[in-house]
Design a binder for this molecule. Sequence first.
Ligand code: GLN
Length: 514
Amino acid sequence: MNREKIIVIDFGGQYNQLVARRVRECNVYCEIYSYKTELDKIRQMKPKGIILTGGPDSCYREGAASCERALFELGIPVLGLCYGAQLMMHVLGGHVCKAPVREYGRIEVTVNSSSPLFANVEKKTICWMSHNDYIERAAPGFEVIAHTPDCPVAAVQWKEKKLYGIQFHPEVLHTVEGTRMLSNFVYEVCGCAGDWRMDAFVDNTIKTIRERVGGGRVLCALSGGVDSSVAAVMLSKAVGDQLTCVFVDHGLLRKNEGDEVEEVFGPNGPYDLNFVRVNAQERFYGKLKGIEEPEQKRKIIGEEFIRVFEEEAKKIGAVDFLVQGTIYPDVVESGLGGESAVIKSHHNVGGLPDYVDFKEIIEPLRDLFKDEVRKAGLELGIPQKLVYRQPFPGPGLGIRIVGEVTAEKVRMVQEADAIYREEIAKAGLDKSIGQYFAALTNMRSVGVMGDERTYDYAVALRAVSTVDFMTAEVSQIPWDVLGKVANRIVNEVRNVSRVLYDVTGKPPATIEFE
Ligand code: GLN
C-alpha cells in the first residue's frame, strides 16, 4: 500500500517503539527498521522523513552502529535523537566524545523557538536526557538551536537540508513538549498530511481481506483477549459466515469471562462469527494436576490449547486461511521489523499449530501497536468494556496461582480478583492504574474466624503502572480501598484468610507472579 510514512531507524535504543508510537499518535504512519537496512531499500520506500533513534553505543568507537553519509544526501528530512544526533554529527564532520558531565533525567533545555522543530515550544522546556557522550562541536553547516548548562549542543539544525538532531528524548513523556517537537518534525519539516487514521485503516483492511479471501474459508482462534477479538470482528465484517471462530475455555479465565466472551461473540451476540465454544476446563485441570513448576505449567497450557484447537479444526475440515492476532511489537521484537512477508513464524503470541490444515495466514493487526488495536476495536463497535479490559497472560490464571493449579484454587483466585476489580472500579481508580490483579500464593497460614482456628490461603494483590513497558512501578492504592478489598475477600472467599499487598517493582520482580 502506498501510504505516507516515516521511517524510524533503530540503533538499539530502549525507546525505539515509543518513537514510532508517538509519530503515529500524530496521525502519521511509521515503521521501524534496523540500522543495517540497505540504503537502497530505504530510498525505495519513499519515506516522508527518517528518524534515527538513540542507542547504547558510542558513535566514535571502531565498529560502532553506523550509517552511510549518503543517508543525509537523499533529500529526505532526517531527525536524529540522542545517539542518532551524535551519529549525524560524527558522520558529517562534527566532533563527538565522552561528555565531561553525563546527563540523566529531567533537565531544563533552552531552545531557539524560531527553529521549525521548536515552533510553539517554550523557550525553556523540560526534557529527558540519558547520555554519556555529547556533541562537542556540530558538523559544518549546522546551527546550534538548543543547549543546557552541561550540554552546549543539545540540538542542531541545517534548515535548508532539513537535517535535525536533538540530544534529548522527545518520545519519552517526561519531555514535556516532546510530542509537539515530533509533530513539528513530521508536519512542519516533512510536510506530512496526517492520513494515518484508524477509521480509514479499518475500512481499507476489511476491503483488502475481502479481496484476498474471495470465497475461501477462514478459521480464527478466539481467546477473548483484545487482539483476537478485534481480529475476529474485522474478519467477520470482511467475509461474514465464511468465518468460524473457535473459543477454547481452558478454565483459567477470570470470573465469568468465558460467559462474557460467549455473550458478545456467541450466537446471541451482535456478530456473525460461527462461534464454537469448547469447554475444556476439566481437561486442563487434569493435565495440570501435581505440576508446580511455572515453565512446565506454561508449556502444558500452551500445548493443550493447541491440541484442543486442532481437534476442533479437524471437525471443521480444511480451511484456506488461519487468522492470527499478531501485533506490531511482536513483529519488531522477533526481528522482522517491517518485512512485508505474509507469513510471520506461527510461533508468535498464541503459538498456533503448523498442523492445522490451512493454506495461508491472515494477520490483520500486524501493523498496529496495542493502543491502535484498541482504537480499531472501538471503530468496529466492540464494547468499551472488552476493548479496555485488563491485560491477561496467555496461560491465564494458571500462572497467577503459585504452585499446583486445582479447580478449587481457580475458584479462590477468580473470586478474589473479581472483588478487587470491582472495588478498584468503585473507587474510580480503574482508568488511572495500569494493571492490577489478585494472585493466589502457595502459602497457608493460621487464622481465627468465629472463634475457631483456620488454616487457609493468602491472596496477594498487585497493582503496577508502566510508562515504557520495560519497567513497572508499584501503584499506591489508597489504604481505605485496600482495607475494604481485604475485608471483603476474607469474608466472601472461602478458604482465604489473609490478604497481602505486593510492593515490589519490576525489576527485580516481574508483573506476573510466575
Ligand atoms: N550511547 C550514547 C551516549 O551515551 C547515546 C545514548 C542514547 O542514545 N540514549 O551518549
